[in-house]
Design a protein around this ligand. Structure first.
Ligand SMILES: Cc1cc2nc3c(=O)[nH]c(=O)nc-3n(C[C@H](O)[C@H](O)[C@H](O)COP(=O)(O)OP(=O)(O)OC[C@H]3O[C@@H](n4cnc5c(N)ncnc54)[C@H](O)[C@@H]3O)c2cc1C
Length: 425
């Protein structure tokens, strides 16, 4: 009995690995010429970079377990750092959310917060944190409404909550779901120090999981076909029996897992299943090549009051290479690449004068549909993995779970979908 998996992103690969591990026969098809989907390698000149800067955290336990299963050691793929976020603002002094101190966790965090935002600011943060249980029992509201109801000061909103909301939910605070933001905060800050560690990839993204996953699938008798686009599902008497591809080829299967982004899934399923179409928001990564001896004071730094939101030091991959991240919609979308590069260089230089105002090379990668928008009430709109068509299953980051669009969410949904399918066999 073969299962066909459509989509070679992290979710489809996780589903395939889970099925193969349980002795199931698997064929995965991917429309692109490479695996990885929204977390993939891109060739720039002669070097391999990421389609967009990704940050993982220690709480991504299913992702780490899945990597381990396919033979990738954490130390070979990531640099793990204790939480140490400094956000530089155009007006306020830097804000520090850091576990680096002589106090044990979570006192370390409290100590550094008090030092950067004072006792009053610290109590505002604890007020927000302690409101989470009751927030989750009520109807969802926007993050802005939640911040207002817990009397967060303007500085914390601008320099902490807004940047964290954009980084985790890729959605502006005026639209973002407070429930989802609260869940992310609980998961990253409420589960001990290791869960809050930052994991920054030290190798290109496809080496973190997709390549090893494909190798595992093939080694265990499964197959992976690239450049193969599913065009149409074949459904007879409410049972899926196969697909027709764009090149006219056909595949039959007893079970099919669709592991695509929300809009891609909706396109393929349009005739058969009604699904809510969420908005999808962009993420833009601007790579800036400074002189090879340029380094940031920390592996990543936050920025507020600017279009640029985070800067990551990618010197390990190319000395002096920095990746600047701009999440969610914004005025940067209207700028040409040349204008945007100059704009970002100026902003970076104004907050970090040690970084030159001009660079020797640069690249803009705009992922227009990077993630589904985590708007209020989104949790009720996400589909379950089992559909009402026999043999047809859904994976992908958008399928229901308590995470926003993340690699951990994609892996969880791939694994859970495969497990539900196995339970039915
Ligand atoms: C720029 C950027 C930055 C991000 N930053 C972070 C971060 O810091 N931390 C984090 O955890 N997450 C981050 N994310 C989100 C994360 O990358 C996604 O949640 C995750 O990659 C989604 O994986 P997926 O397998 O669900 O979907 P996808 O990766 O979209 O996989 C779907 C796959 O299906 C293929 N496909 C499409 N149509 C067809 C078809 N008809 N037939 C066959 N194949 C098809 C696609 O080519 C693709 O490979 C970021 C995303 C982007 C774009």
């Amino acid at each position: 009995m073969t299962t066909l998996i459509i989509g070679g992103g992290w979710s489809g690969l996780a589903a395939a690995v889970t099925l193969i591990q349980k002795g199931h026969s698997v064929h995965l098809i991917e429309s692109a010429k490479q695996l990885g989907g929204r977390a993939r390698n891109v060739l720039w000149h002669e070097q391999t970079i990421d389609n967009g800067q990704h940050l993982m955290i220690g709480a991504y336990d299913r992702m780490l377990a899945m990597m381990n299963l396919v033979g990738v050691k954490e130390d070979d793929a990531f640099h793990r750092f204790p939480m140490d976020i400094t956000i530089h603002d155009t007006y306020y002094s830097p804000l520090n959310l850091s576990a680096n101190s002589f106090f044990p966790w979570p006192l370390s965090l409290a100590w550094n917060l008090i030092r950067s935002v004072g006792v009053k600011g610290f109590f505002s943060v604890t007020k927000l944190q302690s409101s989470i249980p009751s927030l989750l029992l009520q109807e969802d509201v926007t993050v802005s409404e939640w911040l207002l109801s817990t009397s967060q000061p303007a500085r914390l909103i601008k320099q902490l909550w807004e940047p964290l909301c954009l980084a985790t939910l890729n959605t502006p605070i005026d639209h973002a779901s407070a429930h989802l933001m609260a869940t992310v905060l609980q998961d990253s800050l409420g589960k001990g120090q290791a869960a809050a560690d930052a994991l920054i990839p030290s190798v290109p993204l496809a080496e973190v999981f997709p390549h090893a996953a494909a190798h595992y699938i093939q080694q265990h008798g499964g197959s992976v076909s690239l450049k193969t686009r599913a065009k149409q599902l074949v459904i007879e008497q409410n049972k899926v029996t196969g697909i027709i591809c764009q090149d006219g080829s056909t595949f039959t299967a007893d079970n099919i897992i669709i592991a695509l982004s929300p809009s891609q899934s909706i396109d393929l399923l349009a005739e058969h299943i009604e699904m809510n179409k969420p908005s999808e928001y962009p993420i833009c990564t601007v790579y800036l090549q400074y002189s090879p001896d340029t380094r940031l004071a920390k592996p990543m730094l936050g920025m507020s009051g600017t279009s640029s939101q985070w800067i990551f030091d990618r010197s390990e991959q190319a000395p002096g290479l920095m990746a600047v991240v701009i999440s969610a919609p914004g005025e940067h979308e209207e700028m040409s690449n040349d204008v945007l590069i100059k704009h970002v260089c100026r902003e970076v230089h104004s907050l970090f004068p040690e970084l030159a105002e001009t660079v020797s090379d640069s690249l803009v990668i705009r992922e227009k549909r990077a993630t589904f928008a985590c708007t209020v009430g989104i949790e009720k709109q996400r589909p379950q993995s089992q559909t009402n068509i026999e043999g047809l299953w859904l994976a992908g980051d958008y399928v229901a779970n308590s995470y926003p669009a993340t690699l951990e969410g994609a892996i969880r949904n791939g694994e859970n979908c495969a497990q539900s399918l196995l339970n039915q066999c």
